[in-house]
Design a protein around this ligand. Structure first.
Ligand SMILES: *[C@@H]1O[C@H](CO)[C@@H](O)[C@H](O)[C@H]1NC(C)=O
Length: 213
């Protein structure tokens, strides 16, 4: 696992060096988002990317903040798609609807996390980045809900991620921070299903599906 992480960081380094002219890792229509893939999650309505960085929240849990980021190329928007610890999924496995996944932030190794703290701007559920390679709990578990048709998660497909402990949907909206992470928008957990909790997998490094490779 450590070796895999190193390889992924190397890959992300390559992306970072092409900051002005990102290489096109072609998104083949109809291909799976597989376990172990490194992806950016795009918020459908605003096109911001799910993002984290070493900036703690000034309120709530004071854990590492998670935001929506306006640019496409920032390396702090890469997340590794993982299964919960103790499950039998392997790198390259397709991810069926209803699966529980974890998203690990590549740069800081923390997990996309939520809990009952209030989010800073809208007072919904706070979404943070928490834990690390050796530290993860059920607050890092998200259930995949595929929108429309299809039995496994595909690139470019609309999805929702529902937080298992709180039932909040991973959500973002036009509410923006005006200090420190100016221009980035709030990401929170939201109780209701709306168009603002739809996301899709965008740029990334996708492991080919094992079954069809
Ligand atoms: C995926 O599962 C959710 C419930 O977990 C359901 O609402 C949704 O319709 C399913 N999507 C597909 C494409 O079957």
């Amino acid at each position: 696992m450590a070796l895999l992480s190193l390889a992924l960081i190397a890959i992300v380094g390559i992306f970072h060096n092409f900051a002005t002219a990102p290489p096109v890792f072609a998104v083949d229509e109809g291909k799976e988002v597989t376990h172990g893939s490194v992806i950016k999650l795009q918020h459908e309505r605003t096109k911001f990317r799910l993002h984290s960085h070493e900036v703690p929240y000034g309120s709530g849990s004071q854990q590492q903040s998670v935001t929506g980021f306006p640019g496409v190329e920032d390396a702090n928007s890469f997340w590794i798609v993982q299964s919960p610890s103790g499950t039998e999924f392997q790198q390259g496995d397709a991810i069926p609807n209803g699966s529980i996944v974890r998203l690990q932030h590549v740069r800081t190794h923390k997990w996309l996390h939520s809990h009952l703290h209030q989010s800073p701007i809208s007072g919904n559920l706070e979404v943070s980045a928490f834990g690390g390679d050796e530290q993860s709990d059920s607050g890092d578990h998200w259930k995949l809900e595929i929108e429309g048709a299809g039995s496994v998660w595909l690139r470019d497909q609309k999805i929702r991620l529902r937080h298992v402990d709180t039932n909040g949907y991973l959500h973002s909206h036009d509410k923006k921070y005006s200090r420190i992470v100016t221009g980035q928008q709030e990401v929170c957990g939201f109780a209701k299903k709306t168009s603002d909790n739809i996301w899709s997998a965008a740029e990334g490094v996708y492991f080919p599906a094992r079954s069809t490779a």
